[in-house]
Write a protein that binds this ligand. Structure first.
Ligand code: PPS
Ligand code: MG
Ligand code: MG
Ligand code: MG
Length: 360
């Protein structure tokens, strides 16, 4: 029974690790060594597509009837103007899929030197991510590179995969190639995989050898007002950081917030590097995507924490590709979480009062 529960976990970890090797090599080859203009997004495009091709190929082979809600689709790659990009992606995805097996990986998962794919097979694999999600059934959700801005800056990004059954996240895997193994040693070794299995805990694994290396069980520690800090977005367009400042004041927080791209914020929370992940909507009508939160949500819960929207309501992973109307996200250890919800409520009331006074 346990072996059955762990099979999807091992496969997801293996697929995410391979995708992380790929994205790290794309960064080294394209971002670091080539002269790119500041606004050139092409490396992240190559990375996004080929990482999705790799992971969906493994899932298509191991769980052929499971649909996938993935961020990317291959439409642009099928046009004549997509030829150069397509060839690059096919080369990178095949290089990754056909690399020698690591301890714990199995050839039956479609990995190893004998498993090269055609361009059509890889484009079809990317398009397996076109599923629309929904209330019932079993499905995967994938963000091949979460934190694209962080990726381009050489900072935090994550390869994120989750399994959802009847709207509930059952498994989450996040690969963070640039995250220090130990936050207390920020210049030390980097590269971690985070794994959470419903009812079986949250773990940090070494990215270099996750299926054979040591698994460290994670538990969110207790915080006081003195030790508490916020984990928040880097990009002002992604979250309302001014609101966070007021919430921090109301909570008596004195430490500066930790700003970090991607779901690495959830990973940092799960191992106690920060006390609260607060993501408030900016008011432009953006709807959060399920792949940006599903793996992080189960990691936080399995590390003993709570995740809700800013009203304290559960996130609903059964609405389709998005989380529906955007009320933000609050994730923290149990005690801290209820205090944050109260502070958020008060900060919203203040904001509403100020708006009324201004005659909005
Ligand atoms: N307007 C707006 N509001 C909220 N969220 C948005 C918005 N636009 C984009 N996104 C999504 O944010 C994902 C990255 O989130 P981060 O927490 O990494 O943001 S930040 O870069 O740290 O600021 C990012 O994920 P990736 O596209 O996978 O990088 C987007 O899905
Ligand atoms: Mg994302
Ligand atoms: Mg992405
Ligand atoms: Mg994106």
């Amino acid at each position: 029974m346990l072996a059955n529960a762990l099979r999807p976990a091992s496969i997801a970890v293996a697929a995410v690790r391979r995708a992380c090797v790929l994205t790290a090599s794309v960064f080294n080859k394209l971002v670091k060594q080539e002269t790119l203009t500041k606004d050139d997004k092409s490396p992240v495009t190559v990375g996004d597509y080929s990482a999705q091709a790799v992971i969906n190929t493994v899932l298509g082979r191991t769980f052929p009837s499971d649909p996938i809600v993935g961020e990317e689709d291959a439409t642009d790659l099928r046009t004549p103007s997509g030829t150069v990009l397509r060839n690059r992606i096919v080369e990178l995805a095949n290089e990754t899929l056909t690399a020698e097996l690591q301890p714990g990986e199995k050839e039956e998962w479609g990995l190893g030197p004998n498993h090269s794919r055609t361009a059509d097979e890889l484009l079809d694999a990317i398009d397996r991510g076109n599923y629309n999600g929904g209330r019932t059934g079993r499905m995967w959700t994938l963000d091949p590179i979460d934190g694209t801005k962080g990726f381009l800056r050489g900072e935090q990004y994550a390869v994120c995969l989750a399994l959802i059954v009847d709207s509930r996240v059952e498994l989450g895997v996040m690969g963070c190639p640039n995250l220090p193994v130990n936050a207390a040693d920020p210049t030390g070794a980097r590269g971690c995989i985070f794994l959470a299995v419903r009812g079986q805990g949250a773990y940090q694994l070494p990215l270099s050898n996750p299926l054979a290396g040591p698994a460290e069980r994670l538990a969110i520690p207790a915080f006081s007002a003195e030790t508490l800090n916020l984990l928040e977005s880097v990009e002002k367009a992604h979250a309302k950081l001014s609101f966070n400042e007021r919430v921090a004041q109301l909570l008596g927080i004195t430490r500066a917030p930790t700003r970090m791209d991607s779901q690495a914020k959830y990973c940092s929370l799960a191992r106690g590097d920060g006390g609260v992940y607060l993501r408030m909507p900016t008011g432009v009508g953006y709807k959060e995507k399920i792949w940006d939160h599903a793996p992080g949500a189960i990691l936080v819960e399995e590390a003993g924490g709570v995740i809700t929207d800013s009203r304290g309501e559960p996130l609903d992973f059964g609405l389709g590709r998005t989380l529906g109307e955007n009320h933000g996200v609050v994730a923290a250890g149990k005690e801290v979480h209820s205090k944050v919800i109260k502070a958020v409520k008060r900060a919203k009331e203040e904001e509403a009062k100020a708006e009324t006074a201004e005659g909005h």
